[in-house]
Structure formats: structure tokens, C-alpha cells
Design a protein around this ligand. Sequence first.
Ligand code: F6P
Length: 547
Amino acid sequence: MSRSPSWSRAWDEVARLAAASSDASIAALLRDEADRHQRLTLEAAGVYLDLTHHRLPGGALDALLALADAAQVGERRAAMFSGEAVNFTEERPALHVALRGPVPELCDGGAIAAEVQGTLARMAGFAGAVREGRWRGATGQPIRDIVHIGIGGSHLGPQLVVEALSEAGSPVRCRFLSNVDPRAFERALQGLEPAGTLAIVASKSWRTDETARNASAVRRWFADGGIAGTALHGHLVGVTANTAAALESGLPESSLFPFHDWVGGRYSLWSAVGLPAMIAIGPQRFRRLLAGAHAMDRHFVEAPPARNAPLLLALVSLWNSLALASDTEAVVAYSDALRSLTAWLQQLQMESNGKRIDRDGEPVPWPTAPVIWGGAGTDGQHSYFQALHQGTAAHPVDFVVALPDARDPERRGRALVANALAQREALLVGRDGSPATADARAAGADARGRRLAAHRACPGNRPSTLLLLERLDPERLGALLALYEHKTAVLGWLWDIDSFDQWGVELGKVLAADIEPLLDPGQPLPDSLPAARRELLRRLRAAWPAR
Ligand code: F6P
């Protein structure tokens, strides 16, 4: 499926319109376009999406939809759902959608669905036993703490769900260990008793160095607590797509929760990698999370392009990458429970779409993969929002608002939501610093006052998206995550890149293995190393002789 002439023409048209609209007034569009609200807001699978606050004239939306058509987004979506090898560099499907519900488009969907249900049932049996205290450790004690060991996709999704959906009084606490830094290990295991702890080692490849070392450290921690050999079977389970390697590392088959190679690492939350989340929130609520994601999958497949939430979110993102000079997207979650959303999205969007070569092996002629950044509101308001309001570049912002519990005497939840709306409004309207304004008059008519008014002025007209979850329940969270997953896939199709591989991150892993021995004072330093690097290595060796 190489790029067709109609695809290139559609791109040129979108690029032309984006350049012409780079200064379009959002306020004027909101005021003048009678159907803007109808065209650019919608609800999908319980997520309300408002795309009205962008420098996107209604007419340009038609050009974007024409581009999606020319890029054969519908065909590529169908290919993904039917299990074709859409990960074309690794020649395998990306079938995470099959983990969340039946996929009618899939050829051998029945067999896959049966297997998925089998794995879910096994996970649910185990999760239920742990939660109800029936799963006993080596000393007969029930499990009270989980330490989940994994990194990247084997960490971020489960952590996000645990934080978002854990309820007070959960019988099991869950901690996450991803970083290879020994301090991370100390923090993750601080205060835990080996006898009441279960470690879950999650690694799709079972080859990730950080996870292997942390798993080894956890095994040592158990052994120091008197739990080793077969006694460890009650305290350590593995989740992987590489069962052969996991078995070789000494885990019995009964302690393994496998999943398939066709589940990409950053889409693996929905597989057995979600086990800690299932234990933390309970099997029922985990199934509701899957159901919410499945509802968004069906919306993505069935909704017409002009009312298709993932498609519209992707098209607006593409528009901003062409119309604005910023190359970033901020995501601010007005929900403490979603404080890890940005980190999850960073991996999802930047590992998926941080590519520069197209399907034919040629350089992509357009900018891809804006930097994703942000965090939790309201904290960000006292930090990077300054740059959002007054920096030289206009960065589009996703305001993700999940309505908090309203029963709060201090009405903090109400303040949280009001702050999200106020920030969005401030980005839109800005503050005029011209002499005629009351604000400028208040600053004073003299030279200092005029200078101050200029410093206080905010340009406004800064774009934002609002995503509203009226409740943060499992269904809506599943739908939100699936929405962003499909947005990411659509962008990859529009850019004609492989969103499902990650060759770039491999190089650093190889080099780390080469460099690590050079930190050892006993190793000769190769003469071929440039002087600056030899000097750095000498310093490291001198500062850190005992290892
Ligand atoms: O950093 C690359 C990566 O392969 C991610 O795509 C993946 O989520 C992470 O490492 C962890 O990999 P694994 O689950 O195989 O340990």
C-alpha cells in the first residue's frame, strides 16, 4: 500500500490549509461557525470529546477527512482488526483488540477468543485466590503485598490502572519496580515482609536487562527471608510471551501466565500483563475495563469518519503538527487517579510513532510524533502552565477531566474541575495588554506601567482539547485508553510508518552491554576511544572504585 497520488494531493491540501490557518482565531471560529459545536464534539463509549478549541476551520475538517480517506485509514484499520501483519517490519499482527472482546473481523476469531477467555479465567482464579487470602505463601501466610517487576509496556499500563481504580480497603497493596537503580528497589520493597509478598515478573521478551536484574534482586530478597527453591513458587509468578526463556530461568509452568507475540509491549495491559491490576481492582472490575476498551474498539470500527472519536483526535493532532510550530502536545489530567496517564501516553505515542522512515523505506516528508509531556492538574498550573500561557510557542493541551467525588466539605473536587475549565478559558481568551484595557490602566500610565502591562499580557488563542469522563469507572478508563491507542494507530497510518515496532530503543540496549564492562577498573580502555570519553570513564572508575 504505497502512497497514491491522491494521498499526496490530499496531504498538500491539508498542509496548505494548515499554513493558511496557523493564526486563525479560535474565538472567532467558535462565534461564527454555527455548526462547530455539532461537528467537533461527540461522546464515544462514555468519553466526551470537545475539539472545538483548535485553530481548525470547519472547512479544513473536510480536507482532513479526505486525507484519511486517501490514506486508506479505513482499510488499514480493517487490516489491523482482521489480524493482518500491520507491524510490517516485524511481520506480525497487532491484535490487542482481540484481548478485550470478540472481534467479528478476525478470521480465526473464535479460537483466539476462546484462548483469551481461558487466560482471563486463569488470571481471575489466581487473582481471586490472592485477594481472598486463599493463596498462601511458603509460611502459610496470605499475600498482602504485590511487587510488580517490569518496564515500559510491562509497567506503565498496569500502574496506571492500579492507581486509577484501586479502592480504599483493597485486600492487597501493589507496588511497581521498573528502574534498574538500586534505590528504586529499596523504595519498592521497603517495609515488606517476604512471607506476605508476591512478586510478579512481567516481560514480553523475558530478555529485558533491567527486569532480569530486578527479578534476580527480588529472588535474593526472598532467599534472605528464607524463601527459596520450591518455596518460592508461592511468591513469584511470571508473565511473558517467551515461555521457553521463562521456564529456562527456573519458573515452573504453573507459575507462568503467557500471552502472544501479537500483543505489542505497549498494548499489553489488556493481556496477562494486567495481572497486578486484576489483583488490585478485582477480576470483575478488570473485565469491565476490558469491556470499556472493547466499546471504544467497536466505535472506532463502526462510527462514520466524521463522528469517529479516535480518527478526529488523530486528525486534529496532525493538523496541529502542521499549523503550529510547537512539535509538542501537553496532556494534563485533572484527576489524581490519572496522574500516570502522561507517562503511559509518552510510551504509547512516542515509542509507537517516533519514526522517520515510511513503509517503502523512504524518509517521511512530514514531522511525526510530537513530544508528549504534562502531568496532573492542578499541580502543572504552578509550574509549566506559565509556558503554555506566555511562552513563544503555542502547545496544544489535552485537558483530561474525570469528575471526582462530589461529597467533599471543602469542595476540592469542584475547584479541580473549575480550574481545568478556567485554564482552558485562559489559554483561549488570554489577557490583553494594550493601553486601553482596564488591566493596563491598573498597571499605570507611565513607562513602567506600560512595560508591566506587556509582561502581564497573555496572547491567548492557544488550542486545547477537552476529554471528559463523568465518572472514573473501569469502563470509561478502558475507553479512554483505547481512544488514545487508536488515535496513535491512525496517526501512524497517516504518516505511513510502522506504529508497532520500536527499533530505535534497541541500539541503546546493545551499547549498554558494551559499555558496562568499561566501568570495571580492571578492563583496559580501548585506544580508539576519543579523549573526552576516556577521561569520563577514568573519572567514573576513580569516583566509584568498589563495586
Ligand atoms: O523499551 C523497549 C521495550 O521493548 C518496550 O517496547 C517494552 O514495553 C519494554 O521494552 C519492556 O519489554 P519486555 O516486556 O519485553 O520486558
